[in-house]
Design a protein around this ligand. Structure first.
Ligand code: 13P
Length: 260
């Protein structure tokens, strides 16, 4: 059975004070609910919050894990301003978001570099959350499957079978990120199924166990419908992860959409 995941990508929001507050609010709300062992909660705050966040979630039995939003592929060296996988590992970080569309757009990240980061993260026994997805024009001119296939081939297809087993994928249609627009559940399911098929073509049944998360204006009012789709295993949530009540409401939708 695939793991279901709700991941909150805070992006460049919250300092240590507001961030601690948000995590404490999330924990408080979760404590009132029955945890589902097959639904993980992943929180991806800015680097500056990771150390404090680690202390707050330490010893929790609520199935909460920490993620970084990016990292370098080298372990150390003269890369001013960068953070390495080994530094994240030392902070008990479990996941690293890689290839987010904002990294591609604003920092010119390409899949060749993202592939190196993925290998590095796996070597440190952390799980990459690899983001892929098309631009609006690629959706409109119907080239989105070609684009997504190329992203997956370039970033993931040099992995061994064993490495591939530790990947999480997030499908993030770029036109739906932070715009309030979102893919319909059928549109999202079509791409998730396509991603799984693409991975299956090289890795066979390993593809059946890879969690594929939907990201792109996933909110409390559309989450339930999206999560009922068979190839959608959770969400990578941006804006709605900044409010504890909305984030937990989305988590509840996933919990109730998937049977244990
Ligand atoms: P929004 O949920 O704000 O659209 O952001 C999605 C996203 O980019 C998650 O990584």
């Amino acid at each position: 059975m695939r793991t279901n995941i709700i991941a909150g990508n805070w992006k460049m929001n919250n300092d240590i004070f507001t961030g601690n507050n948000l995590i404490n609010q999330i924990i408080k709300l979760l404590e009132k609910e029955n945890a589902n062992p097959n639904v993980k909660i992943v929180i991806a705050p800015p680097y500056t919050n990771l150390s404090e966040a680690k202390e707050i979630i330490k010893n929790n039995t609520l199935n909460i894990y920490l993620s970084a939003q990016n990292c370098h592929y080298e372990d150390k060296g003269a890369f001013t301003g960068e953070i390495s996988p080994s530094m994240l590992d030392a902070l008990s970080v479990s996941y690293v978001i890689l290839g987010h569309s904002e990294r591609r757009l604003y920092f010119n990240e390409k899949d060749t570099i993202i592939a190196k980061k993925i290998t590095s993260v796996i070597n440190h026994k952390m799980t990459p959350i690899y983001c892929c997805g098309e631009l609006l024009e690629e959706r409109e001119n119907n080239t989105y499957k070609t684009v997504i296939k190329k992203q997956i081939e370039e970033a993931l297809f040099s992995l061994s079978n064993e490495q591939m087993q530790s990947i999480v994928i997030a499908y993030e249609p770029v036109w739906a990120i932070g715009t309030g627009k979102n893919a319909t559940s059928q549109e999202a399911q079509e791409v998730h199924q396509f991603i799984r098929q693409t991975i299956k073509s090289k890795y066979g049944t390993i593809a059946d166990n890879i969690p594929i998360l939907y990201g792109g204006s996933c909110k409390p009012d559309n989450a339930q419908e999206i999560f009922t789709m068979p190839d959608i295993d959770g969400g990578l949530i941006g804006g709605a992860s900044l409010k504890a009540s909305e984030f937990i409401s989305i988590w509840k939708s996933l919990k109730s959409s998937k049977t244990i």
